[in-house]
Design a protein around this ligand. Structure first.
Ligand code: SAH
Ligand code: MG
Length: 225
């Protein structure tokens, strides 16, 4: 259970989550709810929040860093503008294989392209200012290193959504209270959050739902120009 909010509030909000229409998404949610699988997918309240957000943005190009089994990709595909497309990156072959099967079962091969490999190598191969939305949901310690690439790849007026930025609430604690092995992630996440909230390139907001998400609007123009 999340340590970001009171657990009774989280439980209440999760009970309001409507089961998805997609049978593939439903199956993934069921396996997680029954603890048959422990895939690290977005929390139900984050899924609902993303759907509202993306319905407002109506993106035509989305980049996702961290596919896992394809849950968030399939969820986001519902909010694409017509002829819209999602590119998603996954480095762990075991996850990528499951994502491919799920994307195929959901008949979304035309809308979702899975790039297999490490984002460190793949992000530099993508073109400048190509995406309306980037969903960054990979290794938390890498967020600060991927930020310049996210800035380069986003259109002006585009939106960077970053998941797990509060790391079970530990980010808000003093580094001296953090387990030694977690201190690097703690300081890199703090550096990431400080940077996105203090750079003129982005207007950002940190939201304590799920495991913490950050919304960063890339300033400098209108999405349509
Ligand atoms: N977005 C998914 C969950 C992603 S979990 C969802 O909500 O449904 C994070 C995934 O990112 C893991 O599968 C992990 O293998 C992958 N990952 C972590 N760092 C990565 C990197 N540098 N490049 C590519 N994939 C990465
Ligand atoms: Mg996540």
């Amino acid at each position: 259970m999340s340590e970001i909010s009171y657990s009774y509030i989280v439980e209440y909000i999760r009970a309001l989550h409507t089961p998805p229409a997609s049978s593939v998404l439903l199956e993934i949610e069921k396996k997680i709810a029954h603890e048959i699988e422990h895939w690290p997918i977005i929390k139900p309240e984050v899924a609902d929040f993303m759907k509202v957000l993306l319905s407002l943005v109506k993106p035509s190009q989305i980049l996702e860093i961290g596919t896992a089994v394809g849950y968030s990709s399939i969820l986001m595909s519902d909010c694409l503008d017509k002829n819209g497309h999602i590119t998603t990156i996954e480095r762990f072959p075991h996850m990528a294989d499951q994502a491919k099967a799920n994307i195929k079962n959901a008949k979304l091969q035309d809308k979702i392209t899975l790039l297999e490999g490490d984002a460190v190598q793949l992000l530099p191969t993508l073109n400048d200012e190509s995406y309306d939305v980037i969903f960054m949901d990979c290794a938390k310690g890498q967020y600060i290193h991927f930020l310049p690439e996210c800035k380069r790849l986003l259109k002006n007026g585009g939106l960077l959504i970053t998941d797990n930025v509060l790391h079970k609430g530990t980010v808000a604690r003093s580094r001296y209270l953090i387990d030694r092995r977690q201190r690097t992630t703690h300081s890199r996440l703090r550096e990431f959050l400080w940077t996105i909230t203090h750079t003129p390139d982005f207007t950002s907001s940190v939201i304590p739902i799920g495991d913490g998400i950050a919304l960063s609007y890339k300033t400098g123009g209108n999405m349509n120009d």
